[in-house]
Design a protein around this ligand. Structure first.
Ligand SMILES: [Zn+2]
Ligand SMILES: [Zn+2]
Length: 419
């Protein structure tokens, strides 16, 4: 147990080094015998709290590797490392703390949780990270029989794959179907129905708990809808989930816009069972006036509400599954990107109908851009020629008058000043 402010000289050095961000030096100090990773400065702050507050990601990683206690609660006002992470505005550090097991419902001396503190200082991305976090322990609760139950609501073997889906930040339903297909345990209607019911129970809990978490409630409900859809496709068809993926990807003839996917996501949102929730009303207000096929899509509105991610317009999202960082471009039209060959192959049945059109569009755009560039450079040439002419003229005048241009201009400006 550390006493506040009782620091060895190496520990004092460690606190100083943290602010500089020198990870190597910090690592050296942590190796010293007289350095405790959970030592406390005079305010009861640990090195981890300092690193989190200063926004030093690598330093936080280092301290956690050395066994820093993420839930140390000795700070004079009851601040935790997660609260400092939220205050810093660094989402990555907030993630690190949560991953290391930081409690989200601990309150400080004025009764605020980490999410509330981050919201108070306007760090909304950190609020989203905290509100989206769902620990494995919270899910594992459902893998044990409760009360009079003979069997748990969730078979323990399903908790892992389901948790992976819950923790995902890519809400594209195609990606979620891929995650279901990835795991044979999930690829059964009965298993999916169980997962779906647990998602709805967690959704209900998020709404009814003392600190309502609308974001997580909406996410759980959405996952439940996607899993429910998978289950109904598995019951009705024998092509696994290929049919569902195709329906979700199929673009309409005019412009390739995936109408079924858009309608499905809109329906999921509308089916959210708690009508007075503000987040639901906001979503409906953003989506309802948008004609199908126009921006913003229901997926982008939902994603922004749940994960805080903006900027779906960037070309780097896979056209099939929505994963970020896609770089493989369709070689014909060069207008769509995919993660890899598999994602491209998945999309080809519908993309092939608009690929040529897109290619023509791009060529037309490029031709117009080239024409514009040509005009611009012509104009620039003209301007440059005119400027050269003027200089030439000035030189001639200067030579004939024997005065510099600046001097010839002078009398005019002094006359102006006199008037
Ligand atoms: Zn993809
Ligand atoms: Zn193409």
């Amino acid at each position: 147990m550390s006493v506040k402010g009782d620091l060895s000289s190496s520990e004092k050095q460690l606190f100083n080094v943290i602010s500089t961000g020198n990870v190597q030096e910090a690592s050296r100090l942590l190796g010293c015998k007289d350095v405790r990773v959970n030592c406390l400065d005079e305010y009861g702050m640990t090195p981890l709290m300092h690193a989190a507050y200063k926004g030093k990601t690598d330093m936080c990683k280092l301290l956690l590797q050395h066994g820093a206690d993420v839930n140390c609660n000795e700070h004079e006002h009851g601040y935790t490392a997660l609260m400092f992470a939220g205050l810093s505005g660094k989402t990555e550090i907030t993630w690190l703390m949560l991953d290391a097991g930081a409690e989200t419902d601990v309150v400080n001396s004025v009764g605020r949780t980490a999410a509330q503190m981050a919201a108070f200082v306007g760090q909304h991305d950190c609020v989203t990270v905290i509100n989206n976090y769902f620990s494995r322990a919270r899910l594992d609760y459902y893998t044990k029989p409760q009360g009079l139950e003979k069997e748990p609501k969730l078979p323990p073997k399903l908790a892992g794959p389901l948790h992976k889906i819950i923790m995902g930040t890519n809400l594209n339903p195609v990606k979620m179907v891929m995650l279901v297909e990835e795991n044979p345990l999930l690829l059964e209607a009965e298993a999916l129905d169980k997962c779906r019911r647990v998602m709805e129970l967690i959704c209900e809990k998020c709404i009814k708990q003392q600190e309502m978490n609308e974001v997580l409630a909406m996410k759980m409900h959405y996952i439940s809808c996607v899993l429910g859809k998978c289950a109904s496709f598995l019951k009705d068809r024998d092509d696994k989930l290929d049919g569902l993926t195709k329906s979700l990807l199929k673009g309409r003839d005019s412009d390739g816009f995936p109408v079924y996917q858009e309608k499905f996501i809109r329906e999921c949102i509308r089916k959210f069972p708690y009508c007075d929730v503000t987040l639901l009303q906001q979503l409906v207000r953003s989506i309802a006036p948008v004609e199908i096929g126009n921006d913003p899509t229901a997926l982008s509105v939902l994603t922004q509400a749940i994960t805080g991610q903006v900027g779906f317009i960037d070309a780097e999202f896979c056209t099939s599954c929505g994963e970020k960082g896609a770089q493989k471009r369709c070689s014909a039209c060069k207008m769509v990107v995919y993660c890899d060959k598999a994602c491209q192959k998945l999309h080809w049945f519908t993309h092939k109908k608009v690929c040529k059109k897109l290619q023509e569009q791009r060529e037309k755009q490029e031709a117009e851009a080239a024409k514009l560039r040509m005009q611009q450079s012509n104009e620039e040439d003209k301007e440059a020629n005119e400027a050269a002419d003027a200089t030439q003229k000035l030189k001639l005048e200067t030579n004939s008058n024997g005065n510099s241009a600046a001097e010839t201009a002078k009398p005019v400006s002094s006359e102006d000043a006199d008037n």
